[in-house]
Write a protein that binds this ligand. Structure first.
Ligand SMILES: [Zn+2]
Length: 199
């Protein structure tokens, strides 16, 4: 038998589906919503509805946007000849927050993960190839996560881009600034040595 009325149970259940939210937190959030004033609680519902109806992938780079084409793709100051390929819109935001990149992006919308049923055809790889083949692209920076799945995805994308006569690079990896060599693990140190550059 349910502990609470059906609508409360449903609210707890929906909160519980959010990433990182356990049963206890879901219950706490649900009761927070129930005891907040109507406009406050409904503002949350409206924000979710608006985000879902107004935000969609950019038709060029698949970044999330309210317009047909995202503000980065339409910004004349951005270098359209350099495309940085990321897995998720949040990776794009992280790179964007550095202010160190003046090119444009391509969001793959995930990584290849056969065990989870995600194949190359489920990502936006075809659209990336079409962008590169359309011409004007000098460099593609593969900025997938430095994980087995991310590396695998980058290798796959790189092999498809190979015949396109475009420079293919990937992000450097290695020691984080402020870190200490003695605490770095072997794979980080190996990457740092491999990716060393001239001073
Ligand atoms: Zn875009």
């Amino acid at each position: 038998m349910a502990k609470y009325s059906e609508s409360v149970e449903r609210l707890i259940e929906e909160f519980g589906k959010l990433p990182g939210i356990g049963a206890r937190t879901a219950e706490r959030l649900a009761f927070h919503v129930l005891k907040s004033k109507d406009p406050e609680a409904l503002a949350l519902a409206d924000a979710i509805r608006d985000a879902k109806t107004m935000i969609h992938p950019c038709r060029n780079c698949f970044n999330l946007t309210e317009q047909e084409t995202c503000p980065i793709c339409t910004d004349p100051r951005r270098d359209q000849s350099v495309i940085c390929v990321v897995e998720q819109p949040k990776d794009l935001l992280a790179i964007e927050s550095t202010g160190a990149f003046g090119g444009v992006y391509h969001v793959l919308m995930g990584h290849i993960a056969p065990l989870e049923g995600v194949g190359p055809e489920d990502l936006t790889i075809d659209a990336l190839l079409a962008r590169v083949r359309a011409g004007g692209v000098k460099e593609v920076i593969l900025a997938t996560n430095p994980t087995v799945a991310g590396d695998g995805t980058s290798l796959h994308v790189a092999s498809l881009l190979e015949p396109c006569s475009v420079k293919i690079t990937r992000l450097a990896r290695g020691l984080p600034a402020g870190g200490q060599i003695e605490y770095a693990n072997k794979s980080i140190l190996t990457d740092a040595l491999t990716d060393r550059r001239k001073m």
